[in-house]
Design a protein around this ligand. Structure first.
Ligand code: ADP
Length: 176
């Protein structure tokens, strides 16, 4: 987990918080398209879009990462429209696609927490829990990075991770 710009990472794949048209947008999506160059848009245009909770893979073009997994996060409405499950789906589908491609290292941004308005703590909990479950059950990817854009986001995600680790140690101690 670190603060930074996901477009600069030397990992096998980075995840993009895309929109369902896959034609580029603002936020992290815009940054990824700018850094990858115009061929990314051309490849995305051949994919026919992507539904919320699902993901698609493309090459990374000029990015240091050779692959980009585009996933479409839910727009937060009131929490009663399946937002939590859809955000978990985004992470699971991205991880499945990374595994199928044989990617060893993958970086996620904080999907849905910008323009799409998902509450940050809730998003962190879902992202970290879904990823931990996937990693426990699959051999790939080996390493997952969560890249937070601001110091505040990083400190909130760090807190949530600490709480999860403490809870896990307590549960393990209770089991023995
Ligand atoms: P969404 O539409 O899914 O909410 P956004 O791109 O608006 O996606 O925001 C998702 C998160 O990505 C926000 O926390 C935003 O601050 C962050 N972000 C924006 N640019 C970058 C970047 N270059 N690298 C990593 N994270 C970024």
């Amino acid at each position: 987990m670190e603060r930074g710009d996901i477009t600069t990472l030397h990992v096998d794949g980075i995840v993009n918080a895309a929109n369902s048209s896959l034609r580029g947008g603002g936020g992290v999506d815009g940054a990824i398209h700018r850094a990858a160059g115009p061929k990314l848009k051309t490849e995305c245009a051949t994919l026919g879009g992507c539904s919320t909770g699902d993901a698609r893979i493309t090459k990374g073009y000029r990015l240091p990462a050779p692959w980009v997994i585009h996933t479409v996060g839910p727009v937060w409405r009131d929490g009663k429209h399946g937002e939590e499950e859809l955000l978990a789906d985004c992470h699971r589908r991205s991880l499945e696609i990374a595994m199928e491609k044989g990617l060893e290292t993958l970086a996620f941004p904080a999907i849905s927490t910008g323009a799409y308005g998902f509450p940050l703590r809730q998003a962190a909990n879902i992202a970290l829990r879904t990823t931990a479950t996937f990693l426990a059950e699959h051999a790939l990817p080996h390493e997952i990075y969560f890249i937070l854009f601001t110091e505040r986001d990083l400190s909130i995600w760090g807190e949530i991770l600490d709480t999860m680790i403490k809870k896990q140690s307590k549960d393990q101690a209770n089991d023995t």
